[in-house]
Every structure is written in C-alpha cells, then in structure tokens.
Design a protein around this ligand. Sequence first.
Ligand code: PGA
Length: 243
Amino acid sequence: MPKIIAANWKMNLRRQSASTLAGRLAKEGRACWFFAAYPHLDVVGTAIKGSQCKLGAQDLSPEIDGAFTGDVSGEMLTDLGCSMVLIGHSERRQGYGEDAARLLGKLRRATQAGLAPLFCVGEIMAKRKAGKAEDTVREQLALLTKLAAVERSRLCAVAYEPVWAIGTGVNATPAEIVPMHALVKSELEKMGLTKQPILYGGSVKPDNAAELLGLAGVDGLLVGGASLEYDSLAAIDDAAKAA
Ligand code: PGA
C-alpha cells in the first residue's frame, strides 16, 4: 500500500496560499490529503479537482443542520466536496474539552453525512510517564466499538499522535512508536478493521520523515507545521514515495 501523507493545516494559510500549495502538489501527480480550514475548503477543492489528492475538514458538528451558531455540519462539508474529516485531534480534545460522547456524536454524523473520519488518538506526557500510554490509547480507540460496524468501516485512517510530540519539535522514538502502532493495529483488527492505514503524527519534518515511514506499522504521516510550505511537504511526500 502506498504511504499516505496527510496535511493538517490547522488555522493557517489564506485562500490564495492554500489553493496554490494544494494545486501545485496535485498537478505533480501527488496523492496527498489536505485538511484545510473551513474558509479554504472551496478553493482547495477546486485546485485539486481531478487529481489524486483528497479534501478533508478539520472538524464538524455532531448535529444535523439547525440552530447551532458557528457550527458546520457534515452535510455542508460533503456539499463542498470534502470526503474526509479529522475527529479526536488533541487540540480539539484538550482545547475544547471534547469528550468521548461528543466525539462519538461527531463520528456518527460524519459517517452518516458520507465523510470518512480520520480518528486521532494519543497520550499526554503525564500518562506516558505514569506507564499509561498504551491504556490511554486503548481507551480512546474503544470509542470506535460504539459505532455500528458499517459506520466504523468508513474510517479512512487512524492517527497515533503523542500529544507531547505535536508542535514541539520532539519526536516519539521508534521504541515508542512501533509498539503503539502494533497496539492500534491489533485493537482495530479486533473490531474488524483491517484495511485502515495507521498514521504517525507529531513534529514530522523532512529530515525525520524517511525514518518514521520506515518503521514497522507506520502507514503514513499526519503533518502539521511542516505541511504549510511547498518545499517541506513535497520533501515529506518524496520520502513517502521512496519508502
Ligand atoms: P505538527 O502537528 O506536525 O506541527 O507537530 C501534527 C498534528 O497536529 O497533526
């Protein structure tokens, strides 16, 4: 299976810079996944039309259309051409207190609206230091057992992102990543999910991408900061092609 490079642009770029970046990579025949900010989805979708790249949102409401000021529904996202959505990113879990019930609502709504969730899991440093990293991730993944099998099968990927490695410049080591990816794989298999790629995320850069992509069980990378510029994202994607 080709390795996947997913770009999480977070609250960055502008319509022009986002569409230029995505369009350039798409025209080169790359197959990246772009998780763009809501106001950029339309232009990024246009820029990658007809290419192998895919468009995703960074969040969605757990509700159907209605009186939810400021929210964006799954149907609005599919209407814009999105096929995927991030759910469970630590910046949402921690920054907005998104608990299991809310994440479950989002997973359900996403699949019902025709979006493939990219479900993110990962422990905070205190849990790792306490020897509870694997328990934390196992518990986060257990949420997926509450979905109907048909909903669960629509996941496009799972990303393991240790919270302490996100945006910090600190990578998890191979000795931390490999067993965790094996755990994620085995938990997913118990739920009948055998095809979903398992991505690593957290301070991925051009100079560590090849090593990370070479680790057992790493099917791709979810890239934040290093996905904002052409040179670094193209270099990471080149590493994926060579892996
Ligand atoms: P980072 O972000 O690459 O900037 O650490 C990764 C992510 O949050 O998905």
